[in-house]
Design a protein around this ligand. Sequence first.
Ligand code: ZN
Length: 303
Amino acid sequence: MKAALLLCTTLTFAQQLPLATIPPGKTMMVIQPHHDDHTTDYGMGGLIARFTGAGYQSWFIRSSNDEKDGAHGYPHNDMYNLRESEAATKILGMKGVYSLNWRNDYMDAIPLLELRAQIILLIRKHRPDAVLGHDPWGHYDRNPDHRKVARAMAEAVWMAGLANVHPEHLELGLQPHRVPHLFLKARVDYGRGHRPNVAVELNEDQVRRKQKAYVAHRNVYASPGMARSIRAQLQAEGLAVPEFAGKTDDEAAVLIEEWYMDWISRKRGSENGVKYAEVYWQRREFDYLPGLTDYLNANVVNR
Ligand SMILES: [Zn+2]
């Protein structure tokens, strides 16, 4: 019997995606935080092989020193991981690896400006037609290095084309270069944001308490001025709301906010087959391992 507790909510794609082609060009760069980010389960290795197979010269930028990846201690992890990255990129047909050697998992603290300047310098040096990396707009990536490098990369591919950005590079004989093609990957199993995957049913009492809690924030909600202007507008049009009768603007404003809370709860409820609801994007602890979750859903039995 399958275990009900898993209740896997997997990401499904409503329709097939169009197939991309390798753009015309001759140089490609993979700009990533870690030694293994060019060969992850969620992308890059196959695309890199396609680029190099199409004749592209390509380079890998490892931004961190990967000291925390492995069981050999910081300095040895750095060396092992760099060597393995060089071996892996060679398998994919890449020309070489640049290691910026920022401290692994501690990249929040480094100046974005400095990391970006390094990437701009390398872009101006190699003048890539395409750059591959993490999607800086991918939501919920919990890895701080992924977020940091993705942002620096996305800014750099544009800013490298601006002559007024780091003009000292031009004194070295480099020229501005804007990267025309980007391929960005993200952990789509972490979610893309703003697409709820669960609805939470609410009962009458919970909705009423939600209304009261909402209007308790009188500093920001339930403005009597708002109620006054709505009443004036209705009056000008010869209309009235019976529930406003005998109420002050203050009381009418509270009523309006309570209606709003009731309305949104009903709307989310009717969209999800119940009377009242709220919707959320829920992730459970092991949802980032969809293969394991699918296996467990198919194979787990009651003891
Ligand atoms: Zn990584």
